[in-house]
Structure formats: C-alpha cells, structure tokens
Design a protein around this ligand. Structure first.
Ligand SMILES: [Zn+2]
Length: 86
C-alpha cells in the first residue's frame, strides 16, 4: 500500500497502463496512484525497462524529466496515445 506522506491517507490506484518514457524507446510500465485528499499522483513502475520505440506497450506515456530539466513535480502527461487496439 502507498501512503501520502503529507496527508497520511492511503493512495488509490486510478489508472493502469502509463509508461514512464525516458526517450529512445526506453519505458517502464506503471500504474498511477492518487491521494484522495490532496490529489497528488505518483507512478508505481515495474522494475525492468522495456524497449518500446513505437509506443505500442501502454495506453499513455509520461515524458520523464532529465537531470538538466528545471526542478519541480512531474506534470507533463498523456503525450502519446497508443494508435489503436483494433
Ligand atoms: Zn495527500
């Protein structure tokens, strides 16, 4: 279980199939968890990277910040849609 350190509430899983995208096809599949009090979200990724250059693995991709990016929370989301399940 995940606990929001600020609110001390148990976080809830709100979305499955978000990939943490590090570029060059390197992604980590994850679920999105959210605090019911303050609505802060976090990704719970799996432990192994997947090579997914064509964005076929997950429903959404979150572009990760790099070390050179400005500091702050991760908030850029939902950039890439999987083309189709059909
Ligand atoms: Zn909270």
């Amino acid at each position: 279980m995940f606990i929001c350190a600020e609110c001390r509430r148990e976080m809830k899983c709100v979305f499955n199939g978000m990939a943490a995208d590090y570029g060059n096809g390197v992604v980590y599949n994850s679920d999105v968890w959210q605090c019911p009090e303050c609505n802060k979200q976090m990704l719970h990724t799996n432990d192994y990277l997947t090579h997914d250059p064509d964005y076929n693995l997950c429903r959404y991709y979150l572009t990760m910040r790099t070390k050179d990016s400005a500091p702050g929370p991760i908030h850029k989301v939902l950039e890439k849609f999987k083309k189709s399940q059909n």
